[in-house]
Design a protein. Structure first.
Length: 375
């Protein structure tokens, strides 16, 4: 290598190093977002309560506020009801919705079906000549509870109507292992077809097709999570090798959460609709604040009163740290045997509770700076 080449190479490396140093730290786009989680038993906060769920990890890592409406046994037909609950209880105060469902549709033997029906119709057209009627094949979207694709169409259509400006993300079902919950609930593993003559693969594929049909992001969790209970060495990611290779355990949920953490980095939450002053690339996100590891804040409706909340505090084993009588709120301490995230999720479902938030910590040494509001 001659001296001229060495000089050029050194200059390039120096510029590259300076450029790296000048780069600002990357902010995760989902940081501090309010996210609705819809789905089945894998995300149900009332199922397998001794485990941390995917949304618990994401809440811990990203500071998101999870609104979890997943219910054990639910299929795509139930997502509409979950979405309605989310809308009624939180209105538009939701930044994104993530839907993780489909494995129970496979179990129920729901036919895959088609996205559209087609028929010939007459329509007016003008391409370089006066308009005139022409005969064309027209497709109409199937809206039906009778097929898997029809169910997805109905649910996503409703979500799009409720949240036209929000980020909506679908996840594919996972691989399925044996689930032996007793004589009346024995589910073979995915090497067997269901009663409709389909393998789980067909339902995963249909979920992925929804991306093109609806213009909606779909994350292939069946592939990207790396979880496969059909591989004996990966059974430790699931609840029980003998009876439940269907539901991930805490370690499995952590792996799913890690996968979503990086996949969601490619998807925006805030689109700045109506903000003409700054392009999306230059918007500023909310700072991540440190919060108490065991204390959180609860606000309740004055008309309902605090009695239902006091009853829930006693039953759950939480502790009142401070009662803000003038603003209808309390600072509560979680029980020692519960995580902060699952405790906060429990109190979100208490009658009269309007908001449940982290108890953020502000230090006297922290710099004072304005915090832009996120639309």
């Amino acid at each position: 290598m001659n001296n001229k080449t060495k000089a050029i190479l050194c200059s390039f490396l120096l510029c590259f190093a300076i450029g790296l140093k000048a780069q600002a730290p990357v902010q995760h786009p989902w940081q501090s977002a309010k996210v609705g989680f819809l789905g089945d038993s894998i995300w149900d906060p009332n199922a397998y309560t001794d485990m941390k769920k995917t949304w618990s990890f994401l809440s811990e890592w990203l500071g998101i506020t999870p609104y979890v409406y997943a219910v054990s046994g639910n299929e795509w037909t139930h997502i509409r009801h979950q979405a309605e609950q989310l809308k009624v209880q939180h209105g538009d105060d939701v930044d994104a919705i993530v839907v993780f469902v489909g494995t129970n549709d496979f179990l129920a033997g729901v036919p895959i079906g088609e996205w559209w029906t087609e028929k010939r119709e007459e329509v007016m057209q003008a391409v370089g000549h006066p308009k005139a009627p022409v005969n064309r094949v027209r497709r109409t979207m199937v809206m039906s509870d009778d097929t898997y694709k029809g169910r997805i169409n109905q649910a996503v259509s409703l979500l799009k109507q409720f949240y036209p400006t929000k980020q909506i993300v679908l996840l594919t079902p996972l691989h399925r292992g044996l689930a032996n919950f007793g004589d009346r609930n024995l589910q073979p593993d995915e090497s067997y077809q269901n009663s409709a003559g389909e393998y789980i693969d067909a339902y995963i594929q249909a979920s992925k097709e929804a991306a093109d049909v609806w213009g909606i992001p779909v994350i292939d969790l069946s592939a990207l999570s790396g979880l496969n209970p059909m591989v004996e060495e990966q059974v430790p990611y699931f609840i029980n090798a003998d009876t439940d290779r269907l539901h991930p355990n805490t370690t499995g949920h952590e792996r799913m959460a890690a996968t979503l953490y990086y996949q969601l980095m490619t998807l925006p939450v805030y689109f700045d609709i109506g903000n003409k002053q700054a392009p999306i690339a230059t918007r500023k996100f909310q700072d991540v604040q440190e919060h108490s590891p065991d204390v959180f804040l609860v606000m309740y409706d004055e008309k309902v009163g605090k009695e239902p909340l006091l009853k829930a505090i006693q039953e759950y084993g939480a502790e009142i740290k401070y009662d803000y009588n003038t603003i209808n709120g309390m600072a509560l301490k979680k029980p020692a045997n519960k995580s902060l995230e699952e405790t906060m999720q429990y109190f979100r479902s208490v009658k009269g509770v309007t908001t449940v938030e982290y108890d953020h910590i502000t230090r006297l040494t922290d710099p004072v700076r304005p915090k832009p509001r996120i639309r």
